[in-house]
Design a protein around this ligand. Sequence first.
Ligand code: FAD
Length: 320
Amino acid sequence: MQITEIIEQARREGRTRFAFELLPPLKGDGTAGVFSAIDPLMEFGPAYINVTYHREDVKYVERGNGLLEKRIVRRRPGTVGISAAIMKRYGVEAVPHLICGGLSRYDIEDALIDLDFLGVNNVLALRGDNLRGEHSFAPHPQGHAHACDLVAQIADMNAGIFVDGEVQPCHHSRFCIGVAGYPEKHAESPNPESDMLYLKRKVDAGASYIVTQMSFDNARIFDFIRRCREAGITVPVIPGIKPLSTKAHLTVLPQVFHVDLPQELVAEASGCPDNAAVREVGVRWAVRQVRELREAGIPVVHFYTMGKTDNVVKIIREAL
Ligand code: FAD
């Protein structure tokens, strides 16, 4: 089933459903960790499950003579496989993320062909971030510089057009494509208007829905949806929620994800004696957010779980 159909169905039924974003296992780990994160979520009938994509990383290895050797490693491969495994085990749609970073158009095409053969018909198309240590995003020489070009490649494949313009009229994938949107602006954008222009370009290239970067402030999410509509973007916007769970998040989340944390939340979390208390503050904050999003008729809320779901279970139980 396509994600847009799931969203539409929830909207028709006047329900708010939940989607959960998980990470593929670390290299060498099996599927057990991912499954044990998903198991407790099944009581909520997940709308679908997103699986992140992790580009290559840089690792420095001691050579023993005072020299360091730079190695390129992949710590969390397996997005395609674990997505198919989730669908098989739970009968829930999986949405693998696909990125431009580190991949050629040919690599991307291979991944899409595998997904199509596995019956995975949904993808979230992203640019990805810089390789660690790089100052700015450098596309693969045979790859894409922006997510809109990745969206166009997937949409082309849906029309039977493969890389290099090869046309294969016999084969038609039917990927439903989601993209990222930033209520608080993407960090590299000079201004919100420019960011919105490029978001529209992704939709015009073939994206059918938008998932937002995490935001702790519903007012910003609602304002973003309003600005999307003003810009002529009519596709569904799925708000992204991340429960605050450690004191370190107070500095790490703004640094890594370029989002603001409301002062009321910062004050409450800063006053906590330990991380267990911060986790409770994060649960209460997210419950308020989810309730308000439900009241506003949002059909699907996306949870950034980062592989930990006990707090998400609490949030949904309390919010419903
Ligand atoms: P783009 O849409 O390409 O935008 C990047 C920047 O370029 C923006 O500032 C935009 O305004 C600008 N821009 C866009 N198009 C153009 C153009 N044609 N010309 C000039 N400027 C342009 N990262 C991962 O590595 N793996 C993941 O699994 C992952 N999952 C994510 C899930 C969600 C829901 C979100 C919100 C983010 C996720 N990310 C992930 C992070 C994402 O890859 C980064 O935020 C990245 O920096 C931007 O990705 P994008 O797809 O928004 O890029």
